[in-house]
Design a protein around this ligand. Structure first.
Ligand code: AMP
Length: 170
């Protein structure tokens, strides 16, 4: 099963010059979806993860089955203004412009080992900001699992010091 074959590239989406990795063909393929989730879990089966943090929105799709398989719960890291209770937020740079992300302040019990999950690692800003808010809440980042890494953008450099695993590398 080559899960890369189930990811299609859409040129100039959502803006000119971006080659968007569209995972919807993978998500609708039961064998491919299962293989992708298994590949993302495999490096962390012995990491004694307590909880899985998923990044809105496509990170949620993978984080929940990974959490179930590891016997953990799930916490959402969301775009601003979506979470209803008290939040901690962090601004960060995108390829174009700025944004921020939020997490509930009670999402993590200090000392919990967290596995961070997203679909695509591009510049690394989203994952770096996520790890920062988690650490501010007292979490131990046990690792980062992404489906696909765009290695030509060197996002991994922003995440030095974390155990970062990608099921697919471009
Ligand atoms: P970054 O902070 O630059 O690593 O961007 C990561 C976030 O943007 C991830 O949550 C991805 O879902 C999304 N993203 C960035 N670039 C792409 C791309 N070429 N194809 C699909 N998603 C992308």
């Amino acid at each position: 099963m080559n899960i890369k074959n189930l990811i299609r590239e859409i040129p100039n989406f959502p803006q000119d010059g971006i080659y968007f990795k569209d995972i919807t063909p993978l998500l609708k393929d039961p064998v491919g979806l299962s293989a992708a989730v298994q590949a993302m879990i495999e490096p962390f089966v012995d990491a004694e993860v307590d909880i899985v943090a998923g990044i809105e929105a496509r990170g949620f799709v993978f984080a929940v089955p990974i959490a179930l398989e590891l016997g953990c719960g799930f916490v959402p890291v969301r775009k601003p203004g979506k979470l209803p209770a008290a939040t901690l937020s962090r601004d960060y740079a995108l390829e174009y412009g700025e944004t921020s992300l939020e997490i509930h302040t009670d999402a993590i019990t200090p000392g919990q080992k967290v596995l961070v999950v997203d679909d695509v690692l591009a510049t690394g800003g989203t994952l770096a900001a996520t790890c920062q808010v988690l650490k501010e809440l007292g979490a131990v980042v046990a690792g980062i699992s992404v489906l696909a890494e765009l290695s030509f953008l060197s996002g991994r450099d922003l995440l030095a010091g974390y155990k970062l695993k990608s099921a697919i590398v471009y």
